[in-house]
Design a protein around this ligand. Structure first.
Ligand SMILES: N[C@@H](CCC(=O)N[C@@H](CS)C(=O)NCC(=O)O)C(=O)O
Length: 208
């Protein structure tokens, strides 16, 4: 398997994290965004959206981080990470939607402002991040994992941008249940971290 990736991308990290958690060997191909490779004809042929991550499983091309998580869980027969039953699958899907919605437009967008100078309204995306974090914290007050009695791809999908939220000036201090859940994910065998960047609340010398 080949994964087209970008080291600092939280979306790509979701895929790398899950590949590692399930012990699936793969070749990581770093896409040169600064050089415009994601807009090159070759890359647009595999993902017309010009985005990473994209999985190439021996010619089966799967763009989109959440689609990759679903594909891998199904392909590798990992029903422990993605339940087969209707209720279990729906519980997971609910959180994949959260990952593609309020997480992408909240903590992910806030980090894009500090890390890449994205033209979002920082105050608005930070406020959006806090709204979804408060909801997730309440959900995690009564259970260890988001969608089941054990970790699923729902936890993988939400992890990266919540762990990196301080880089977008989103303080996690008020969300004790979320921080405990992050630590549970980080303790899983095969966990790999999203490389830290010294921006936002993690900036050397204070918030930036
Ligand atoms: N829905 C996609 C979003 C992926 C995404 O936004 N990737 C960013 C990097 S974090 C990207 O490639 N952006 C380049 C662009 O949109 O031009 C997914 O879940 O994979």
């Amino acid at each position: 398997m080949k994964l087209y990736s970008l080291t600092l991308s939280g979306h790509a990290h979701r895929a790398r994290l899950f590949l590692s958690l399930v012990g699936q060997p793969y070749e990581a191909v770093e896409v040169d965004f600064a050089g415009g490779q994601n807009r090159s004809p070759d890359f647009l042929a595999i993902n017309p959206f010009g985005q990473v991550p994209v999985l190439d499983d021996d010619g089966v091309i799967v763009p989109d981080s959440n689609a990759i998580l679903v594909y891998l869980a199904k392909k590798l027969g990992r029903g422990d990470w993605l339940p087969e039953d209707a209720e279990g699958a729906a519980r997971v899907q609910r959180w994949l939607s959260v990952a593609a919605g309020p997480i992408a437009f909240g903590p992910c967008a806030a980090r894009l402002v500090t890390l890449f100078g994205a033209a979002f309204d920082a105050e608005e995306v930070i406020a959006r991040a806090h709204r979804i974090l408060a909801l997730i914290d309440a959900e995690l007050s009564s259970r260890d994992w988001l969608a089941a009695e054990r970790p699923t791809i729902a936890d993988v999908a939400l992890y990266s941008y919540i762990a990196a939220a301080p880089e977008g000036n989103v303080d996690l201090a008020a969300y004790g249940h979320v921080r405990a859940w992050l630590a549970r994910i980080e303790a899983l065998p095969g966990f790999v971290a999203l490389p830290a960047s010294p921006v936002g609340l993690n900036a050397a010398g204070g918030p930036a």
